[in-house]
Write a protein that binds this ligand. Structure first.
Ligand SMILES: [Zn+2]
Ligand SMILES: [Zn+2]
Length: 283
């Protein structure tokens, strides 16, 4: 099983970091977890073209985690040969159907133009999406892959989910934005790899004092993300084998990787991976 950080950024724009999105590749499966800014560009850079993505998992419906879902949907549709056209399955918390319905309405004219122009697209049918809304505690079977959905705590954003993916004897636990909570510990229990979106509270507080006009909004985000230290603590408490950090708030500056790593290493003795977009880990 290979985990590739397609995008390690956050809502704060950064020229070098795409928005949050992670690729889980195992056997014939290519699963995209969240679809932030430029996820299709990074997916292509990772060597996986959109026709080979068969499942999207959404942790929650904040814009930074879904803003390029429409690009993945359209690009996959128009680049998939008619003979291999199959629905894209989009799995997420309650609310996902509403987002996808609205997105398909946004794309309706584009779909109409392309269907009018390409006979083979008409043969294959329009954009085909299967939406599956999961609740915490649900277990979803995707072929020979098992996906457990766990409640996470990103309030006031509700519901939000983390996913425990089991395939070929390996377990990947992927949390979106969340503070530590019992369900997160359960999701991560003895996982081979745990991917957590993180925030540096010291740097965000520094930004808030440097940008007084935005201070209130920056301070608000402190209470619903895991800090780097909390991610380390969750990893150690749950006995995970490998910790991967992503969604750096604020963007991790080149040369500061060891500083970020050491904050998590205060709490977790195992391997810790972080870095630029396209950093990957094999378990
Ligand atoms: Zn969020
Ligand atoms: Zn986020």
């Amino acid at each position: 099983m290979k985990i590739t950080l397609l995008g390690t950024g956050s809502p704060l724009p950064d020229p070098n970091r795409a928005g949050p999105s992670t690729l889980v590749s195992s056997g014939a499966h290519n699963v995209v977890v969240d679809c932030g800014r430029a996820c299709v560009m990074r997916l292509t850079a990772a060597g996986v073209f959109p026709p080979f993505v068969n499942l999207v998992l959404l942790t929650h419906l904040h814009s930074d985690h879904i803003c390029d879902l429409n690009d993945l949907v359209t690009t996959r549709w128009i680049t998939t040969p008619a003979a291999m056209a199959a629905p894209l399955k989009i799995v997420g918390p309650v609310g996902t159907r509403r987002v996808v319905t609205g997105m398909l309405e946004m794309l309706a004219l584009d779909e109409q133009y392309r269907l009018a122009h390409h006979e083979d697209l008409r043969t294959a049918g329009g954009m085909k999406i299967d939406v599956v809304e999961l609740h915490a505690g649900d277990v979803h079977e995707h072929g020979d892959m098992t996906i457990g959905a766990f409640r996470t705590d990103h309030r006031p954003v509700e519901p939000t989910l983390g996913y425990r993916i089991t395939h070929d004897g390996k377990v990947a636990a992927l949390a979106g934005d969340t503070v530590p909570c019992d369900e997160l510990y359960d999701m991560c229990r003895h996982a081979d790899v745990y991917v957590q979106t993180v925030l540096r509270d010291d740097l965000v507080k520094g930004l808030a004092s440097a940008l007084p006009a935005n201070a209130a909004r920056l301070t608000d985000i402190l209470d619903y993300h895991s800090t780097v230290q909390q991610a380390g603590r969750t990893a150690s408490r749950s006995g995970v084998k490998h910790l991967v950090l992503t969604h750096y708030v604020p963007a991790m500056q080149a040369g500061t990787e060891d500083e970020w790593r050491s904050l998590a290493a205060e709490y977790f003795a195992g391997p810790i991976t972080l870095g630029p977009d396209l950093t990957s880990v094999e378990v």
